[in-house]
Design a protein around this ligand. Structure first.
Ligand code: ZN
Ligand code: ZN
Length: 65
């Protein structure tokens, strides 16, 4: 089963579908829609944990399988 990961931009609220989720296991990301960079919440380890549909540890599990 293929799981689809996406991010919701906190600035423009657009959905960005991720072809390679490992690229956004980072503190900063630039939205493809509004072209503005945004930052993970300080309680979260990365952009995916703050704005993604799945936390990064689940994505790493998926990649490992
Ligand atoms: Zn945006
Ligand atoms: Zn994370």
């Amino acid at each position: 089963m293929e799981s689809l990961q996406f991010l919701t931009c906190p600035l423009c609220h657009s959905i960005e579908t991720l072809s390679s989720p490992s690229e956004v296991i980072t503190q900063f990301h630039r939205c493809v829609h509004c072209k503005k960079p945004y930052k993970a919440s300080k309680n979260d380890c990365c952009i995916l944990c703050s704005y993604g549909n799945l936390p990064c540890n689940q994505i790493e599990q998926n990649l490992a399988l």
